[in-house]
Structure formats: structure tokens, C-alpha cells
Design a protein around this ligand. Structure first.
Ligand code: GRF
Length: 197
């Protein structure tokens, strides 16, 4: 059974799906704690599922290094097998990536390396492409640049807005993440082959 710490910044709909997934007896992972860099709405899902949470507000620290060190301390208290960035809208300092790599995953709402960064859905829509996608990667020191573990295409439909497209992409992100976690637990995906730092 893999233990997971999940980090969020926002509404946490993907976290919610993961919490529901991990409550199935046959799913080989459990969320042991949820962390956030701000007072994120999604922390309510941790509470609803009786999962402990912690907040390490970025604004309470003089800089990224200090914030990262405090975040890492919280994460390590749980000794997780895996850390999942599920909408954490903050670049982690290299010291944190180095301490956790390759056992840290990120989901991204585009078919990487296409459309990295914080506005992937908006950028895909604006570019006029016919399809975008979703990816699950191993976190490295760059922005959405780590090794891809799973990805799937998502078509852009006529009349799509950023919200409608993002919500279809998130459904794919959730499915991919669950598959990747299962594959890691069962040993068919070996993270050691993806050391990034
Ligand atoms: C997801 O698309 C995630 O990949 C991105 O932010 C979104 C998080 O959504 N970085 P939510 O907070 O889980 O609803």
C-alpha cells in the first residue's frame, strides 16, 4: 500500500477524485495528508474524508527557499511513498525537488511538452489547435519539464470555453493519475528509472 501526500493550491476537484479512488479497498494507495501553500478551498475535501492537512503559506516566508524548507519538513513528517502535486500553483525550489525526486508526480492539463506553465488550457485554446491533452509527469527542477509517465489527447470542441475544456481535461487527468499510481504500486512503472535530480 503506497502512502501519498497531496499538495494543492485551489479548488481540489482532482484531490477529491483521488480521495474517493483511494477509499476503494482494492486501490493500492492511501492519502495520508494534504498540504497547501495557501488557504485553498480543496482543503475541505481532506477534512470531509478525515485526512489530516497542513498549510504552509508562501506569503509567511521571506523567500522560496525558506518556504520550501518548511513545506519539506511537513511532508517528511508523513514519510510518504509518493508526493502528488495536484494543482499546486507554485514552483518548488531545487532543494525540495532534490529531496523528493523521483517520488514526486505532477498532473498537467496539456499534452506535454505542449503548453507548459500555469495557463495551459487558455494557451491551447488561444493557439487554435484541434486537440490538447493531459499528462502525468515526474517533477524535475523545471516548469512541467520532467519525464512523462502517462498522457492522453483531449479534443477541443467547437464552442469550448476555458472552463468546459478544463473540466474535460481534468476528468482525463484523474484517470491517468489513478492508473499511474496503480502502476507504481504494482511495479510496472519504476520511478527509479526516472531520476531527475
Ligand atoms: C488541474 O488541471 C491541475 O493539473 C492544474 O490545476 C488543476 C487543478 O484543479 N495544475 P483542481 O484544483 O483539482 O480542481
Amino acid at each position: 500500500m503506497l502512502s501519498l501526500v497531496v499538495l494543492i493550491s485551489g479548488g481540489g476537484s482532482n484531490l477529491r477524485a483521488l480521495l474517493e479512488q483511494t477509499e476503494h479497498a482494492d486501490f493500492p494507495a492511501r492519502v495520508v495528508a494534504v498540504g497547501a501553500d495557501r488557504d485553498a478551498g480543496g482543503l475541505s475535501y481532506a477534512e470531509a474524508h478525515s485526512v489530516p492537512s497542513f498549510t504552509v503559506p508562501f506569503s509567511s516566508y521571506p523567500g522560496r527557499e525558506e518556504w520550501g524548507a518548511a513545506l519539506l519538513e511537513h511532508i517528511q513528517q508523513w514519510q510518504p511513498d509518493l508526493v502528488v502535486l495536484s494543482g499546486l500553483m507554485r514552483l518548488l525550489p531545487a532543494s525540495v525537488v532534490g529531496a523528493l525526486s523521483p517520488r514526486m508526480l505532477n498532473t498537467h492539463p496539456a499534452y506535454l511538452p505542449e503548453f507548459p506553465g500555469a495557463h495551459a488550457v487558455r494557451d491551447a485554446l488561444a493557439s487554435g489547435v484541434a486537440e490538447t491533452g493531459a499528462s502525468v509527469i515526474v517533477v524535475d527542477e523545471g516548469v512541467d519539464s520532467g519525464p512523462v509517465l502517462a498522457q492522453r489527447r483531449v479534443p477541443i470542441l467547437p464552442g469550448d470555453t476555458e472552463a468546459s475544456l478544463h473540466s474535460r481535461i481534468k476528468a482525463v487527468e484523474r484517470a491517468l493519475l489513478a492508473d499511474v499510481i496503480r502502476d507504481i504500486a504494482e511495479g510496472t512503472t519504476r520511478l527509479e528509472e526516472h531520476i531527475t535530480a
